[in-house]
Design a protein around this ligand. Structure first.
Ligand code: DQA
Length: 141
């Protein structure tokens, strides 16, 4: 099962960006863990990150051609992007929304997600393991 793990804006700075909120793991180490854990589950994991809305949309369109499922952390775009919501709604593979932090324990503007309604489900608040739980969820779908 081919799986895309897609990281949105500012997640390239994991490890140094607000470590008290997002943890000390770098994006590279996170991706290595997810590829290894995915392998154990029989998933072929590919990881991508972009700070650009259009590039994230292109990655989702492309995943429609090759992926069986997508784990997506849209980061700040979660709360603002109609275009990303439309891209998720336009593709066939199930998309699981993930967040490292518990968005509901944070500022009110983070409580609203424009993408949740078109995702298969949402996981928030378990640190880097939110992605791992996302992979487990994809296996169940
Ligand atoms: C985030 C939560 C978002 O509100 C924030 O803008 C991010 C990261 C998370 O993984 O906890 O950049 O998606």
């Amino acid at each position: 099962m081919k799986t895309l793990i897609l990281h949105g804006p500012n997640l390239n700075l994991l490890g140094t960006r607000e470590p008290e909120v997002y943890g000390a793991l770098t994006l590279e180490s996170l991706n290595e863990k997810l590829i290894a854990e995915g392998q154990k589950m029989g998933l072929e994991v590919t990881c991508q990150q972009s700070n650009h809305e259009g590039a994230l949309i292109d990655a989702l369109h492309s995943a429609n051609e090759w992926a069986d499922g997508v784990i997506f952390n849209p980061a700040g775009y979660t709360h603002t992007s109609v275009a990303l919501r439309d891209a998720i709604a336009s593709i066939t593979p199930p998309v699981v929304e993930v967040h490292i932090s518990n968005v509901y324990a944070r500022e009110e503007f983070r409580h609203k997600s424009l993408v949740s309604a078109v995702c298969a489900g949402k996981i928030s608040g378990f640190g880097w393991r939110s992605y791992l739980l996302g992979l487990m969820a994809l296996l169940e779908i």
